[in-house]
Design a protein around this ligand. Structure first.
Ligand code: MEV
Length: 319
C-alpha cells in the first residue's frame, strides 16, 4: 500500500464561562472554544516503529515517558479505532496553549492527535468516538474529567454542557468582549477537583448549596448570552466567582487579578477552568475597554493576556 499523505489535526483552547467544578457533580456548565490558541498534530509516514515528537519528548511511542502515557494510549486507541497497525507513522505535536492554565491544553493536544490520525488514514470518526478517544488522555491527566474540555476544544461556539448528554449550542445576542489573563502559575486540575471532592465528602450540605448556586448562575449566564446583556453576564460571572472561592478553588493571586479587572472597568471577572493557578477571564463592557483592561491586568502581574470576541450568533431551534 502507498504511504498515506501527511495530515494535520487541529483543536483549539477552551474557556469555561460558568459551571467549572459543579459540572463534575452533574450540574450544567457553559464553555466556548478559545481559537487564539491552537494545538496541531502532523502525521506523516516513516519506516519502522511509530514516533512522537513534542515539546516534552522525541522518540518512539514505545519508549515514551510516563508523563505522555495518556497521549500514547489515546494515539494507540485511535489507530486501533481506524483499523491500522501501530507502526510506520510519525506524530509531531505542537501547541500554543500554555499547559496547566485551565485553557484545555491536554484535551486539545489529544483531540488534534485523534483528528490527525483519522484524517491520515482517511477514516471518519463520529463525534462520540472522537470524544471517547480524547477521554482516554483526559483520564490520565485529570482522573475524572466531566468531558467539557474535550467538547470545548472542538466546538464552534458557546455551548451548554451536562455530563453524559449531547451539548446544546447557545445563541449570542450581541458580540461580547472578554480578556483572559494568565497568572503565569500552573494549576493542577486533578488536585483542584480532589480538593472539591474532599469538601463535598466532609461538608456535603454546604458544598451542595454552592454547587446548586453555580447551576443557577449557569442559567443566568445562558440568558445573558442570548440577550447580549453585558451587565447581567458580568454580575453572573462575579456570582460564579464567589461560589468558586467558597469551594476553595481560587487563591490570592487570582483574587488580586480579579479585583484589578473589576477596578479597571470589567463588568465581571472569575477564574476559568479548575483554578488554583491558571487564568482569569474578565468581561469588558465594550470593545474600546479591552486594551486598557488588558494593560491593567499586565501591570498587575498577568504574564500574558488575550482578548476574545464572542461573536453574535443565532442557533437553529431544535425541531
Ligand atoms: C476543568 O477544565 C473543568 C473542571 O470542571 C473539571 C472537569 O469538568 O472535568 C474543573
Amino acid at each position: 500500500m502507498a504511504s498515506p499523505r501527511p495530515s494535520l489535526g487541529l483543536a483549539s483552547g477552551k474557556l469555561i464561562l460558568a459551571g467549572e467544578h459543579s459540572v463534575v457533580y452533574d450540574r450544567p456548565a457553559i464553555a466556548l472554544p478559545f481559537t487564539r490558541l491552537m494545538a496541531r498534530a502532523r502525521i506523516s509516514s516513516i519506516d519502522g516503529p511509530s514516533r512522537v515528537s513534542s515539546a516534552y519528548y522525541e522518540g518512539t511511542l514505545d519508549d515514551a515517558p510516563d508523563i505522555l502515557s495518556g497521549m500514547v494510549d489515546c494515539i494507540r486507541a485511535t489507530v486501533d479505532a481506524v483499523g491500522h497497525p501501530h507502526d510506520h507513522f510519525m506524530i509531531q505535536v505542537d501547541s500554543t496553549i500554555p499547559t496547566g492554565r485551565g485553557l484545555g491544553s491536554s484535551a486539545a493536544v489529544a483531540a488534534s492527535a485523534v483528528r490527525g490520525i483519522a484524517s491520515y488514514y482517511g477514516a471518519v470518526l463520529s463525534h462520540e468516538e472522537e470524544m471517547a478517544l480524547v477521554r482516554i488522555a483526559e483520564v490520565h491527566a485529570h482522573g475524572t474529567p466531566s468531558g467539557i474540555d474535550a467538547e470545548a476544544v472542538v466546538a464552534t461556539g458557546p455551548f451548554r454542557f451536562i455530563k453524559g448528554a449531547p451539548i446544546i449550542q447557545l445563541p449570542v445576542g450581541r458580540a461580547l468582549h472578554l480578556v483572559v489573563a494568565d497568572s503565569g502559575r500552573k494549576g493542577n486540575t486533578r488536585a483542584a477537583v480532589e480538593g472539591v471532592r474532599c469538601r463535598f465528602e466532609n461538608d456535603r450540605d454546604a458544598t451542595e448549596a454552592h454547587l446548586d448556586q453555580l447551576a443557577v448562575v449557569v442559567e443566568d449566564v445562558q440568558d445573558a448570552l442570548r440577550d447580549g446583556d453585558t451587565e447581567v453576564l458580568g454580575s453572573s460571572m462575579n456570582a460564579a466567582q464567589r461560589e468558586l472561592s467558597a469551594i476553595g478553588v481560587s487563591d490570592s493571586v487570582l483574587d488580586s487579578l480579579i479585583s484589578e479587572a473589576l477596578r479597571s472597568g470589567a463588568v465581571g471577572a472569575k477564574i476559568t477552568g479548575s483554578g488554583l493557578g491558571g487564568c482569569v477571564v474578565a468581561l469588558a463592557p465594550d470593545a474600546e475597554s479591552v486594551a486598557p483592561l488588558a494593560s491593567a491586568l499586565e501591570a498587575a502581574g498577568a504574564q500574558e493576556t488575550w482578548s476574545v470576541v464572542v461573536h453574535e450568533r443565532t442557533v437553529e431551534e431544535a425541531p
